[in-house]
Design a protein around this ligand. Structure first.
Ligand SMILES: O=C(O)CCC(=O)C(=O)O
Ligand SMILES: [Fe+2]
Length: 282
């Protein structure tokens, strides 16, 4: 048996090569995924955003406060905050991955989440998890402890860009290659977990059912900065979009029961704003 590893692909590799690696391993790495000029533009805009930000996510539900990290800065709402972000969002390899894994089961997919994640010094390791499991009532095979296969529908597919160098010491994302095919009762052994060490400008692509998590930052002087996009099936949303038809000033005057019905309470990690429940804005 070979040691688990993350396959590296060229940035101009055909989508078939990415799909082959993802079907087999649930993860693949692409060095030089972002052109140097765009990387500089992203970091210049994000330096500004991070300057005023505090680590931690106090407005989240208790379980997710620990999950999100106490020494980690997370910023969402990025399409409205960064022009360079909007450019990167159109990156063909990420969209082709979403086309392949999501379009067979929806008319069109959505950007489900996008976060700037800066793991700062003395952060501890994040729990290994599957991003798909945010939709906790989806009766997917993993919930029944039956192993999924490469044809099992992914709810979300992810690209996570390194905006700084990622090392095992500063919090490189930890990934478990092959775990997208495991039943949930199988827990990874230490030797099955791989730190996605990569230079700034690289990316890892992974499936919603692949186990992964942020690494610990054991350095005393180096932060680790990532930009993470999740694309999800286009129907993972309410039928009606009340956020656009009901002004927030009117919602503020409504009883809490109605506010909750209109979506102003996150469902754990679903429906969040400012990395927490939208009720904080009321
Ligand atoms: O920061 C990372 O490397 C991964 C974060 C992550 O997986 C998450 O927050 O869902
Ligand atoms: Fe995750």
């Amino acid at each position: 048996m070979t040691d688990p590893h993350i396959e590296r692909l060229d940035p101009d590799a055909p989508i078939g090569a990415l799909v082959e690696a993802l079907d087999r391993d649930g993860v693949a790495m692409v060095p030089d995924a972002i052109a140097p000029e765009l990387l500089s533009a992203l970091n210049a805009e994000f330096d500004e955003l991070i300057r005023g930000a505090q680590p931690g996510t106090p407005n989240h539900i208790p379980m997710l406060i620990d999950f999100m990290g106490h020494k980690t800065v997370r910023i969402d709402g990025l399409p409205g905050k960064s022009k360079a972000f909007v450019e990167l969002l159109q990156h063909p390899m990420a969209l082709e991955m979403a086309d392949h894994y999501l379009l067979p089961s929806c008319l069109h997919y959505l950007l489900s989440t996008a976060q700037l994640i800066e793991i700062q010094t003395e952060e501890t390791v994040q729990m290994l998890h599957r991003d798909d499991s945010a939709w906790i009532h989806e009766p997917m095979p993993t919930a029944r402890d039956v192993a999924p296969d490469s044809q099992t529908q992914q709810l979300e597919v992810v690209v996570l860009y390194a905006l700084s160098d990622f090392t095992a010491e500063n919090g490189a994302t930890r990934v478990v290659p092959g775990s997208h095919l495991w039943p949930t009762k199988r827990k990874p052994q230490d030797h099955e977990v791989v730190a996605a060490e990569m230079p700034a400008g690289s990316a890892i692509y992974y499936l919603g059912k692949t186990l992964h998590g942020g690494g610990p930052n054991t350095t005393n002087n180096t932060m680790r900065r990532a930009l993470y996009f999740g694309f999800s099936l286009g129907w993972l949303r309410t039928k009606e979009n009340f956020f656009m038809t009901t002004p927030i000033e009117a919602v503020r005057e409504m009883p809490k029961t109605v506010q909750d019905l209109l979506g102003y309470q996150s469902h754990g990690g679903i429906g969040v704003v400012d990395v927490g429940s939208p009720s904080a804005r009321l």
